[in-house]
Ligand binder design. Sequence first.
Ligand code: HEM
Ligand SMILES: *[C@@H]1O[C@H](CO)[C@@H](O)[C@H](O)[C@H]1NC(C)=O
Ligand SMILES: *[C@@H]1O[C@H](CO)[C@@H](O)[C@H](O)[C@H]1NC(C)=O
Ligand SMILES: *[C@@H]1O[C@H](CO)[C@@H](O)[C@H](O)[C@H]1NC(C)=O
Length: 334
Amino acid sequence: MARSSTPSSLTVATLFAATLLFLLHPSNAQLTAGFYAKTCPDVSSIVQNVIHEALQSDPRITASLLRLHFHDCFVKGCDGSILLDNSPTIKSEKDAAPSFQTVRGFRVVDKIKEAIERACPKTVSCADILALSANASVYLSGGPYWTVLLGRRDGLTANPALANISIPSPFDSYANLVSKFAAVGLDITDLVTLSGAHTFGRAHCKSFSPRLYNFTANGGPDPTLSPWYLTALRKLCPPNFNSRVLAENDPTTPNLFDNHYYSNLQKNDGLFQSDQELYSTAGAATISIVNSFSADQNAFFESFTRSIINMGNISPLTGSNGEIRFNCRKVNGI
Ligand code: HEM
Ligand SMILES: *[C@@H]1O[C@H](CO)[C@@H](O)[C@H](O)[C@H]1NC(C)=O
Ligand SMILES: *[C@@H]1O[C@H](CO)[C@@H](O)[C@H](O)[C@H]1NC(C)=O
Ligand SMILES: *[C@@H]1O[C@H](CO)[C@@H](O)[C@H](O)[C@H]1NC(C)=O
């Protein structure tokens, strides 16, 4: 297209809009589905096989691995930061409040990494291993699979202070949940959809016990908790609860990735305050999304494939930024 005239105002406006779009999505451009097609063609089956094997003795491992991808991506992007252990130079995000004594699955990540290193040394990042593990885990638990975009590199730092403020808390208000998702470029559809991950996995009493006792001004429990569920959770977690006791996130089908999370919310059977707020906050825009996913599991699954890709696109390191870690627990060369 050769035009000799000076750019029209329309061209300028189009260019401006295109630049703006590019600036709003600066990072996704470089992740691709075929990133390891030549350098590590079997990476998907290696990941899937290790998780399938782990699942035989640990029915919760798929949930735990999906959560690691979330805790990785919400802190300065999907860069494997959640996997770094404490060291003289690293203050681990594993000890930040949202993750402390509740994140798990690291030995299985190590196994995946070791198997991949044997097949294709120094090639696949730990951040990509978490993205691939999320896909395999959701699928192996009965959920959908998606086109995993790859090419992330591993970061050289961890940031527990940022983890404290970036990863949502189960006690956050509806407005805070919305704003913590918005801070990483995710909207309320992503919020409702990704919260649906609480359709499987487990939680410690400390993550919901404030709802059970002395929650309201006059000492009552959270009024948005159904009577049978309140009774059951109080029995599981008495005031002096054992810190190791676990509740099922979805009491109906604890290990299945399905849409029961949403029908639970409709019955006031959400486990976390942050779950139930998506349905019980008066006038919230999230209510109709909960209703649509409760009515139609395929709509939830389709939305999940979109939202998990959005989450996986949060500020990845690409090109020559960061590194490919040899051991997911520590940065290279230390
Ligand atoms: C919306 C904000 C969110 C909050 C406040 C939140 C909070 C929590 C809490 C408190 C736990 C239980 C920790 C424990 O006591 O052991 C948990 C577990 C879990 N979360 Fe979330 N979460 C959120 C979003 C997400 C997202 C986006 C995902 C993934 C896409 C996710 C996946 C999971 C899974 C699978 C578990 C169970 C893990 C296991 O059994 O090891 N969560 N979450
Ligand atoms: C995602 O999971 C599906 C189902 O297991 C699998 O066929 C596919 O290869 C996986 N994608 C990647 C990139 O690993
Ligand atoms: C994160 O929050 C916890 C609990 O509030 C606090 O003890 C810890 O010092 C914080 N960590 C950082 C690095 O700010
Ligand atoms: C309940 O909470 C109020 C403040 O909200 C506090 O004054 C009171 O001591 C608490 N009661 C118990 C039994 O913890």
